[in-house]
Ligand binder design. Structure first.
Ligand code: C2O
Ligand code: CU
Ligand code: CU
Length: 518
């Protein structure tokens, strides 16, 4: 297994030079081009609701910035910046030296006001990935605001404790904006979780995994513009953790809770510990599992989260291991001129970050056998139990689509309407309608506004899926099908479902669903 995290700066220089050969455009230059003209705009000038008394009142902006990632020139990025207007300022945690937005820490039941100001030179809007909020607070692309304007979010956090995140959602530009640096974690705690006594503080480590490509001047390189690269999605050459390359986590001989988010545009990770210890998984997208599970490895598709428990109390000071991504067949046949020379294709083996035990410290903890309660999915409660909705992930005219449709700002088809207060079964099929099998590839499917149960996975060619617990994003490898149960208990209106390969999403592999209250 190739270790891609060299230690010394000499090795680092070598490693970097290998990654720097690529021709391409500087991402920020590319971003200012208008690739997707004619988007409708429904910007709303809102006043705060005087009835709404926030526990936490935050000003959040997206702005151009420069970050020292490598020696030499600083890297131009876009970056979320937050200040607290009301509430405990320790709720906003900046990651030093990172382009990532600050970690926002909230407790279930709290009322949150966030005034978002867009200071980047193109339209944007913020989406709270995984949060269950009203449609107008969800960051649908119809609410994009231009540079200089603000959008007001007010909502009560009613999600289970877990690892959620926020990122831009303007149609056609989510990929480049996330790539440019716009993403951050949104961590929810609750009483049930806090009573467990899981590792906290420095033993509770959020880790955002992304891939990036840099040019000779330390600037981000995004897409070459080649059709094949658009079809497969962007893959970077260098693995970043929390916005830093060659990441090492120094640990004590203690237990840790690692919260892993795949914040990459299209890269899939097959996680495993290099020293052979099993992955002890305690949580997924929608929070803690009922019971910990152990796997030799686990997939983490774009936008998915996994929380893992790891105990270093039997490891000596000086011990090193790393979290690896194991090789797998991503089914991606879209090589293209760049793909053939891709230093790190999807499915390649590499190290994600290194662990180094640096300190002896007493205090071994035991992992609770019961982590949470999740009411079991009742399929017979679904209104379409005998006739689940069917969604085929297909390609038409070199364009990824869902049931042959691509995104239109306000369009909803008949089979995309659900009734408020009902439960439904939805099936997604990554079989390309049985056509052009060589054109299949993986798609991470995401629903806005809901956490759902995975009922069944079919046509499985891989193992290592964590379909347990509550999910908002689910990875479908080529040939696979998935059946999910979604509860539309509250919040009427227009929400999105889409592929979270951000290049697929940007080209329109995204649709609205409408929750009708009548
Ligand atoms: Cu991370 Cu539309 O979502
Ligand atoms: Cu989302
Ligand atoms: Cu896709």
């Amino acid at each position: 297994m190739a270790n891609q995290t060299p230690d010394t700066s000499a090795e680092r220089g070598n490693a970097r030079r290998q990654f720097l050969k690529l021709a391409g455009f500087g991402v920020l230059g590319l971003l200012t081009g208008n690739f997707f003209p004619g988007m409708g705009r429904f910007a709303s000038a809102q006043d705060p609701d005087t009835q709404f008394v926030p526990d936490l009142d935050i000003s959040l902006s997206a702005r151009p910035d420069k970050i020292a990632i490598f020696p030499g020139a600083r890297t131009a990025v876009w970056r979320y910046h937050a200040t607290i207007q009301k509430g405990d300022s320790s709720r906003i945690v900046e990651i030093p030296g990172s382009y990532l937005g600050p970690i926002i820490n909230v407790h279930r039941g709290e009322k949150i006001r966030i005034r978002f100001t867009n200071l980047i030179p193109q339209e944007s809007i913020v989406h709270w990935h995984g949060l269950h909020v009203p449609a107008v607070m969800d960051g649908h692309p119809r609410y994009v605001i231009p540079q200089g304007q603000s959008y007001l979010y007010e909502f009560e956090v009613n999600n289970r404790a877990g690892t959620y995140w926020y990122h831009p959602h303007p149609h056609g530009r989510t990929g480049p904006q996330v790539y440019g640096g716009l993403a951050g974690l949104f961590l929810v705690s609750d009483d049930e979780e806090q009573a467990l006594g899981l590792p906290e503080g420095e033993y509770d480590v959020p880790m955002v995994i992304q891939d990036r490509t840099f040019d000779m001047n330390n600037q981000l390189v995004y897409m070459s513009g080649h059709m094949m690269e658009r079809m497969s999605g962007f893959l970077g050459d260098l693995i970043m953790v929390n916005g830093m390359p060659y990441f090492t986590l120094p640990v004590s001989t203690r237990c840790y809770r690692l919260r892993l988010l795949n914040g990459s545009n299209s890269r899939i990770y097959k996680l495993a510990w290099e020293d052979g210890r099993p992955l002890t998984i305690i949580g997924t997208d929608g929070g803690l599992l009922e019971k910990p599970i152990q796997r030799r490895y686990a997939f983490l598709g774009p936008a998915e989260r996994l929380e893992i428990w790891v105990d270093f109390s039997d490891d000596a000071v000086g011990f090193e291991t790393f979290l690896a991504s194991l090789p797998f067949d991503a089914g991606d046949r879209f090589g293209g001129p760049r793909g053939q020379h891709q230093a790190l294709p999807n499915g390649a083996a590499f190290s994600i970050f290194k662990i180094k035990v640096v300190k002896q410290e007493a205090g071994r903890q035991t992992l609770p056998a019961q982590l949470s309660k999740i009411s079991p999915p009742r399929q017979d409660e679904a209104v379409n139990h005998f006739n689940p909705k069917q969604f085929f992930l297909t390609m038409r005219h070199m364009q990824w689509s869902i049931n042959g449709r691509v995104f239109q700002m306000d369009a909803v088809a008949d089979d995309e309407i659900v009734r408020l207060g009902s439960k439904e079964i939805w099936e997604f099929h990554n079989t390309n309608g049985g056509m052009m099998n060589m054109m299949n590839m993986a798609h991470p499917i995401h629903l806005h506004g809901k956490q759902f149960h995975v009922i069944e996975r079919s046509g499985v060619h891989h193992d290592g899926y964590v379909d347990e617990g509550l999910k908002d994003t689910v990875l479908l490898m080529p040939g696979e099908g998935i059946k999910i149960l979604v509860d539309f208990a509250d919040y009427p209106g227009l929400f999105l479902y889409h592929c979270h390969n951000l290049e697929h999403e940007d080209m329109g592999m995204m649709r609205n669903y409408y929750v009708a209250s009548k």
